[in-house]
Design a protein around this ligand. Structure first.
Ligand code: CUA
Length: 307
């Protein structure tokens, strides 16, 4: 892929063109002012150089000049700010219909699991044209999931879920890097993202040695850890919980998202649902990050079911 020299990585996601346009704008503004300032330095150095018998006239304040060279850079930086922050906000808000893929970072590999169950390591297969949301966490240290051809990069921090989303727009294989120094093998924590046509992706995901879907594993864990002995009776029901608004005992109301569910499993006393006692034991140290994601997938699957 990288046989020839390239100025830019290929553009392979919906974010590649807008990120490149912004970057080109920054480059153009920077280049223009660099050249302008250099030209002024040379011109003024020659014009006002020391000459025998002549002394330069004292400089007077020029308000028009000062307002101009303040207002123009101010306007330009405001354009940069709104342009970049608008794009930043878009990159933080995955569409509701995005397909979720789980990513667990560890020293030193990327463990990926698809909704159907198929797992892969240091590789990410995605279908063309479908919005993809990566739900990512890390087991010990901070990593960063960087896809240059997609122009997206997101730190993966232990103890929470970090989100990255994109829509692949070009079939092919592209680089995956860890972009945060995470220990001795950091530089080897690399892989590839493979964009396939939807049909190819379907065939791949259903391929050999199929792993169980996270929701199926989660359902088993739910019984194995005896969550079912309390939930629905002494403990709040989990049916239709995901995405709903939860009233807490301190009067606050929050949305039951991935991070809330994760915290409720690992630190159940952090947020108590109104009307319930803090009876639930913590499962921190008993579950791997993958198992927590499986349980959350199971809870998400309890949609439109009778409590
Ligand atoms: Cu993981 Cu650097």
């Amino acid at each position: 892929m990288d046989k020839q020299f390239q100025w830019w990585p290929p553009q392979a996601s919906n974010f590649a063109p807008p990120v490149d346009q912004l970057y080109l704008f920054l480059l153009a503004v920077t280049a223009f002012f660099t050249l302008l300032i250099f030209a002024c330095i040379v011109y003024l150095a020659l014009k006002y150089r020391r000459r025998r018998g002549r002394r330069p006239a004292p400089v007077q304040t020029n308000h028009l000049l000062e307002i101009t060279w303040t207002a123009i850079p101010f306007a330009l930086t405001l354009v940069m700010f709104f342009w970049a922050s608008g794009l930043f906000v878009r990159m933080r808000e995955p569409p509701a219909d995005a397909m979720q893929i789980d990513v667990v970072a560890k020293q030193w590999m990327w463990k990926v699991q698809h909704p159907s169950g198929r797992r892969e390591i240091d590789e990410l297969h995605v279908p063309l044209g479908r919005p993809i949301k990566l739900d990512m966490t890390s087991e010990a240290v901070i990593h960063s999931f960087f896809l240059p051809a997609f122009r997206t990069k997101q730190d993966v921090v232990p103890g929470a879920y970090n989100i990255e989303w994109f829509t692949p727009t070009r079939v092919g294989e592209y680089h995956l890097f860890c972009a945060e120094y995470c220990g001795t093998q950091h530089s080897k924590m690399i892989g590839r993202v493979v964009v396939q046509t939807p049909a190819e992706y379907q065939a791949w995901v259903a391929g050999t040695g199929v792993d169980e879907a996270p929701a199926v594993v989660g359902a088993r864990l739910f019984t194995q850890f005896q969550c079912n002995t309390c939930h629905g009776q002494r403990a709040p029901t989990l049916a239709n919980l995901f995405g709903s608004t939860v009233k807490l005992s301190d009067g606050a109301a929050i949305t039951a998202d991935d991070n809330y569910l994760r915290e409720s499993i690992l630190a159940p006393r952090a947020k108590i649902v109104a009307g319930y006692q803090p009876l639930m034991p913590t499962y921190a140290g008993q579950l791997t990050e993958e198992q927590v994601m499986d349980l959350i997938a199971y809870i998400k699957s309890l949609h439109n079911q009778q409590p």
